[in-house]
Write a protein that binds this ligand. Structure first.
Ligand SMILES: [Zn+2]
Ligand SMILES: [Zn+2]
Length: 512
C-alpha cells in the first residue's frame, strides 16, 4: 500500500481539530504529528525477539496477514496476541483484551518500525498520528518515501470496532454517555463524541438488542405454549409518584422465571403518570393473549386500577395478590394502632401474625373460605384458645403447647382494649376481602429480584429517550431469559451471548 501526500497538521491547527473531533461521525481520523513525540526511551522493551526484529532491518518481514487491517505495517505483535483467525473474527473482537496505551509509549514502538517495502526505518518527522474516537491510526513514511499505515483497532462496518463497542457497552451497563465521557475526559482518554455515540446507538446497538430480544421472546413464548400459566405482574416507574416519566410493566412466569412480555409506557401517552401502570398491564396482557398463551392466574400487588381491570376485563382469570405485599400492608395497619399503650401490647405478636399470613396462604390450597377462617382463628390463638367453633377450621395448626410454653407467652385477654384494637385490624373489611386472594399461595419475589437487577440497566432518575429505555429494558429482559434458560450463568456470559448476536447480525468485519 502506497499512499503519498499526507500532510502533518501545524500545531495551531491541531488544537482546533481535536476540539471538533469529539463529534465526528465518520471514519475520518484527526491528525496529530508524530514529531511531537517525547524523547524515545525503549529500554523497558526487553523482549529479545522484538529487539532482534527491529535492530536487524535486513531480516525479511513476515508475509502480510490478509486478516489484519493494513497488515503491511511491520509492527511487532504482542507475544500474548492470539492467533490471527481468533483475533480478527467478529466474535473474538468482543472478548479480546483491550488496553489503555499511552501515546508516548506507542511512539517508542513506532520508532522501531521498519518499512516492509525496503526495510528502511520510518521517518518520525514525516509520520502522522490521527484519532477517530477511541481509535488511533498512524501513517508512516519511510526514509525512501514509502507510505504505510497502522490502526489500533480492527474495522467493522468501516468503523473502528472499539468505537462501536464503547457505545454498546454504555447501553448494556445502564450508563449514560455524559458520565462515561466525563470519566474519559478525566483520564484524557480518547473517546467518541456524543453525535457519534447517538449515531451508533440508533443505527447499530439498539437494532441489534431489539432483534436479539425478539428472537429470544419467540423462544420463550414457544416454551410457555400449552401450559396453564401463573403470571406475576408488576410495574416499575423511573421515579416515584407524579414525576415518573416511564413505567415498565413486566409479566413473569412464576414457575420458570422467564418473561413473556414487558411494556414500556411513557407519561406522554396518558393524562397522568398514575395511569401508566394500568396501561402497561393491559398492553402486555393483550400481547400475551395474542401469543395464544393460557393464563390461569395473575399475581399482582393490590394496585386499585389493576384489581378493577381484573374484576371487569379478565374475569375468567384468577387474580391473586402477592403474599408479601399484603402482609406488609397488614403490618402497617397494626403499627397504626393508637394509643401507643395499646400498640405496645400488640407489638410482640407482630412477627407471629405475619408468619400466620404466609401459613394461611400456604394451607388454603385454593380454598378462599378456608383461608379466611384460618386467618381470623388467629384471634383465638392470641387469647390462648386453640380449639374453636368453625366450618372448615376448628383448631390451631401447631402441636399442643407445653405448660411451660403457655406460662411464658404473653397472651392477650379477650375483649381487652388491645385485643379489640387488633381484632379491628384482623377483621377489617378490606383485609378480609383481600386476604381471600391469597388462596393459591403466589408471590412475586422473583419479579422483585428482577426489578432490582433492572436498576443496573435502567437506573432511576436518569434521563433516557424512549428507544434507549426500550433497549435497556430489552437488554435486562434478555439477561433474565439467559439466566433462566441456562444460556448464561452470570453477566459476563450473558454479555458474550448478546455480543455474539451483535456480531452475527450487525457487525460485519471489514476485510482489508
Ligand atoms: Zn520504504
Ligand atoms: Zn393456637
Amino acid at each position: 500500500m502506497v499512499d503519498v501526500g499526507v500532510q502533518t497538521s501545524p500545531p495551531s491547527q491541531l488544537q482546533t481539530d481535536l476540539d471538533i473531533g469529539t463529534s465526528v461521525t465518520n471514519n475520518s481520523y484527526l491528525q496529530m504529528p508524530v514529531t511531537s513525540a517525547q524523547p524515545l526511551d525503549t529500554s523497558f522493551i526487553s523482549s529479545p525477539k522484538k529487539d532482534q526484529d527491529t535492530s536487524d532491518a535486513s531480516t525479511p518481514s513476515p508475509p502480510p496477514s490478509p486478516d489484519k487491517p493494513d497488515s503491511d505495517v511491520s509492527y511487532v505483535p504482542s507475544d500474548e496476541l492470539h492467533d490471527s483467525n481468533q483475533s480478527t473474527s467478529p466474535d473474538y473482537i468482543t472478548t479480546e483484551p483491550k488496553i489503555i496505551a499511552f501515546e508516548s509509549c506507542l511512539k517508542t514502538l513506532f520508532a522501531r518500525v521498519v518499512c516492509t517495502e525496503c526495510g528502511e526505518p520510518i521517518s518520525s518527522d514525516e509520520s502522522t498520528i490521527l484519532y477517530n474516537g477511541t481509535a488511533m491510526k498512524v501513517k508512516f513514511l519511510c526514509m525512501s518515501g514509502h507510505q504505510t499505515s497502522w490502526e489500533s483497532q480492527p474495522l467493522v462496518n468501516s468503523k473502528p470496532a472499539g468505537n462501536l463497542m464503547v457505545a454498546t457497552a454504555i447501553i448494556l451497563s445502564g450508563e449514560t454517555f455524559s458520565r462515561i465521557s466525563h470519566f474519559a475526559d478525566i483520564l484524557s482518554l480518547k473517546f467518541i463524541g456524543h453525535t457519534q455515540y447517538y449515531s451508533i446507538q440508533k443505527d447499530i446497538a439498539i437494532p441489534a438488542i431489539d432483534n436479539y430480544y425478539s428472537l429470544q421472546r419467540d423462544v420463550v413464548l414457544q416454551q410457555l405454549q400449552g401450559k396453564q400459566l401463573v403470571l406475576g405482574g408488576d410495574g416499575r416507574c423511573d421515579s416515584p409518584g407524579y414525576s415518573a416519566k416511564y413505567c415498565t410493566y413486566t409479566f413473569m412466569d412464576t414457575l420458570t422465571g422467564v418473561i413473556p412480555d414487558f411494556s414500556l409506557v411513557q407519561v406522554t401517552e396518558t393524562t397522568s403518570s398514575t395511569k401508566m401502570e394500568l396501561i402497561g398491564f393491559q398492553r402486555s396482557h393483550s400481547n400475551i393473549e395474542d401469543a395464544n398463551l393460557a393464563v390461569d392466574v395473575v399475581v399482582t400487588d393490590r394496585h386499585v386500577q389493576i384489581r378493577k381491570a381484573m374484576a371487569t376485563d379478565h374475569r375468567n382469570k384468577n387474580h391473586q395478590f402477592d403474599v408479601w405485599h399484603l402482609s406488609k400492608s397488614i403490618k402497617k395497619k397494626i403499627l397504626a394502632i393508637k394509643p401507643k399503650k395499646l400498640l405496645s401490647e400488640v407489638k410482640p405478636w407482630i412477627p407471629s401474625i405475619l408468619n400466620h399470613v404466609w401459613w394461611c396462604s400456604r394451607e388454603a390450597k385454593g380454598n378462599p373460605d378456608k383461608l379466611e377462617e384460618t386467618w381470623t382463628s388467629l384471634l383465638y390463638h392470641i387469647s390462648n384458645r386453640h380449639t374453636f367453633p368453625g366450618k372448615l377450621v376448628t383448631k390451631c395448626g401447631h402441636p399442643p403447647l407445653s405448660d411451660d410454653a403457655i406460662r411464658k407467652k404473653k397472651w392477650m385477654a379477650k375483649d381487652s382494649p388491645a385485643y379489640e384494637a387488633l381484632e379491628n385490624v384482623i377483621t377489617n373489611k378490606l383485609i378480609l376481602r383481600d386476604i381471600r386472594h391469597l388462596d393459591r399461595f403466589c408471590h412475586t419475589g422473583s419479579l422483585e429480584t428482577y426489578h432490582s437487577m433492572m436498576l443496573k440497566y435502567c437506573p432511576k432518575r436518569m434521563e433516557f429517550d424512549y428507544p434507549s429505555m426500550v433497549a435497556q429494558n430489552s437488554a435486562s429482559c434478555c439477561r433474565q431469559q439467559c439466566q433462566y434458560r441456562k444460556e448464561a450463568k452470570d453477566w459476563r456470559q450473558w454479555y458474550a451471548v448478546l455480543h455474539d448476536s451483535l456480531s452475527k447480525k450487525h457487525w460485519q468485519m471489514d476485510s482489508s
